[in-house]
Design a protein around this ligand. Structure first.
Ligand SMILES: Nc1ncnc2c1ncn2[C@@H]1O[C@H](COP(=O)(O)OP(=O)(O)O)[C@@H](O)[C@H]1O
Ligand SMILES: [Mg+2]
Length: 614
């Protein structure tokens, strides 16, 4: 009982935050086939009516198909020997009618299934993406992007194939099997007994071959995924690949993995062929079985215990009998194979976002720009403290800077201000409000952000700016561009705001950062967060972008994170961070005068020895 409930909990319950921190999100949670399947069926609940119709139609088609051989029996036994034209015509018309009905229903059924298939797939992919994008960055970053893409594409496709293709076929086959078995028992129960006994070794053999096949399939899938990830990384990291003269190496690696994947696929295919030849529809075993049973019934006819015409449905059913069993086994295996991607998707779907809105969370009122950290302790992973007791208060309109070595926890401060994570203890207050009490989006919408690299989306200047606020007016866009010193740049583009930016191809680093600044300003935010906004620029461009920033930050609360000392000199307060603590704070002059930590950072920076990595 206890294990059962634990089982259910593991199958249906999302991991808790602490489990996530302990790295449980990366582990494979093994579930039984049945539970994975049940969980996926829940996804199908909104479509139950359509699905039910599909299954009902499929089963009716099965019955209809089984009726036709009986028409042949009457034709041979009654119409033919008696020269009964009337009966012959009735039988022929019945044949045609059944054929037409069958054709019509089958067409409708296929169209319907495809519709459900695509609708549900689109829904699922949307849900998957929505979920993925809410997950913690820790989860997203720990896996290669290619893997998330693979899950959203190939894995979801495989699962949908299971639900809309394999599942109805499975039900149909079981239904078919029971019907045929019923008919055969009705004709001669001894045949049924023999068939049922024959099924035991047959099923075992089929099961064994399929399990080998499944193992190879899993291997092949894992390897194709590696191939995809290699390609993705090679393209994404092309600059590094090329400049390190690793092109050849990367190509070799890719080819190696490709061949490796191909080998696994071949192993899987060969096992599949073997399966077909031995237990498949035209395989050895079903053929032998068909032969012996047909011989037995022919003997019955010769002995006069069965009519001649009865052989027609019998032969027909013999074919059909091996079909459903073989199909049931095949489909069952297909279901198990489909469970692998299903399980992978569930793994992602099961990871609970680290932060979520509290029920009844209110809307963040318009920001004033006061930010307070009250004794904040935080760790991304269990027992690896990143922030250890942070206290500070930023006044509205103040410009503060956080400096310190890479890894000191500077960016983490911004993550907490935006509530991408919740602190382990302590409170983040904005305008005096504990930010856990407000809806995340209502807070995030009011904050302007600039990062070290500005991601330029495919699309026009307008699209890129409106990313910050889809309803921004034309004036607001131009205002933002003016403040970011990009007005002339955009006016000189062939189509102005409607010029295509092509993911920023051809834009200089400085222009991209200005675009980032303009994007942040479109919201006219009271709170502006800048994380190493000039670190990817050369010092000359940096100086110019700093001028831009000076203008842009006027009248806004600004948090600047930087390890480039010249960028922080003008700040109202500089917080010096080391290993998750604030070790000093004050204005530049005062800090320099103390000749302590900040002084050392500053001197190191300018003697060039201490160019700290971002
Ligand atoms: N998403 C994350 N998941 C796990 N650890 C992280 C994550 N982001 C940062 N860290 C770790 O937290 C520490 C502080 O990181 P960060 O705040 O980015 O430092 P900084 O911005 O000062 O360079 C580093 O040791 C870093 O490895
Ligand atoms: Mg950082």
């Amino acid at each position: 009982m206890k294990t059962m409930s634990r089982h259910l909990q593991r199958a249906f319950g999302a991991h808790s935050d602490s489990a996530l921190k302990a790295g449980a999100d990366i582990q494979m949670v093994r579930r039984s086939l049945f539970l994975v399947f049940l969980k996926f069926l829940r996804v199908m609940i909104p479509y139950w009516d359509k699905l039910l119709i599909c299954i009902l139609v499929t089963c009716s088609l099965s019955v209809v198909r089984l009726l036709t051989p009986w028409l042949d029996k009457y034709f041979v036994d009654d119409a033919l020997p008696n020269g009964d034209w009337e009966l012959a015509w009735i039988l022929i018309i019945a044949h045609v009618a059944i054929g037409l009905i069958w054709w019509y229903a089958a067409t409708i059924n296929t169209i319907f299934t495809r519709y459900i298939d695509m609708r549900v797939l689109a829904d699922l992919r949307a849900r998957f993406y929505e979920h993925l994008i809410r997950l913690s960055m820790t989860f997203l970053q720990r896996r290669p992007t290619g893997e998330h893409m693979y899950r959203s594409n190939a894995d979801l496709n495989a699962v949908m194939f299971m639900i809309t293709d394999i599942l109805p076929q499975f039900i149909e086959s079981v239904f078919d099997f029971l019907l045929v078995l019923g008919f055969l028992t009705f004709l001669d129960w001894r045949v049924t007994v023999v068939l049922l006994i024959y099924m035991i070794p047959y099923t075992m053999l089929a099961h064994w071959i399929a399990s080998v096949e499944r193992r190879f399939d899993k291997e092949a899938r894992a390897k194709s995924q590696r191939v995809e990830a290699t390609l993705q990384q090679g393209v994404a990291g092309q600059l590094t690949v090329k400049t390190y003269a690793r092109r050849q190496f990367e190509v070799h690696k890719y080819t190696g993995r490709l061949i490796d994947a191909w080998r696994s696929q071949m192993k899987k295919s060969y096992t599949g062929i073997l399966r077909g030849q031995i237990i498949g529809g035209n395989g050895l075993l079903p053929w032998l079985k068909g032969f012996f049973i047909s011989a037995y019934f022919m003997r019955e006819v010769i002995l006069g215990r069965l009519t001649y015409g009865s052989l027609l449905p019998i032969f027909n059913y013999m074919n059909r009998f091996s079909n459903p069993i073989q199909r049931i086994i095949e489909l069952f295996q297909a279901l198990r194979v489909a469970m692998i991607p299903a399980e992978r998707i569930l793994q992602t779907l099961d990871v609970a976002p680290v932060v979520a809105d509290r029920p009844g969370a209110r809307t963040m009122p318009p920001l004033q720009g006061r930010v307070a950290f009250e004794d904040i302790h935080f760790s991304y992973e269990h027992n690896v403290p990143v922030l250890r007791g942070l206290n500070f208060e930023i006044q509205p309109g103040q410009k503060v800077a956080f400096v310190g070595y890479s890894g000191a926890g500077k960016s983490t401060i911004l993550n907490l201000m935006l509530r991408l994570y919740d602190p382990d203890s302590g409170t983040v207050r904005i305008d005096g409000i504990d930010i856990r009490e407000v809806r995340m989006s209502s807070l995030q919408q009011q904050v302007g952000l600039v990062f070290q690299d500005t991601y330029v989306f495919t699309g026009t200047v307008r699209d890129n700016l409106r990313f910050a606020d889809p309803r921004a007016k034309e004036d607001a866009l131009w205002n933002a561009l003016r403040l970011a010193d990009l007005e002339d740049f955009v006016r000189n583009l062939p189509n102005g705001l409607d010029s295509d930016l092509q993911e920023g191809a051809g834009m200089s680093g400085g222009d991209k950062q200005r675009l980032g600044i303009a994007r942040a300003l479109v919201r006219n935010p009271r709170l502006l967060l800048l994380d190493e906004p000039t670190s990817s620029l050369d010092s000359e461009t940096e100086a110019r972008v700093l001028e831009t920033l000076k203008k842009a930050t006027r009248g806004r609360t600004t948090c600047l994170i930087s390890h480039r000392m010249p960028t922080v000199i003008d700040s109202d307060v500089i917080y010096v961070m080391d290993a998750g603590r604030i070790v000093e704070s004050g204005r530049h002059d005062a800090l320099m005068a103390r000749r302590s930590y900040y002084y050392q950072l500053y001197s190191l920076y300018f003697t060039g020895k201490g160019e700290m990595a971002a």
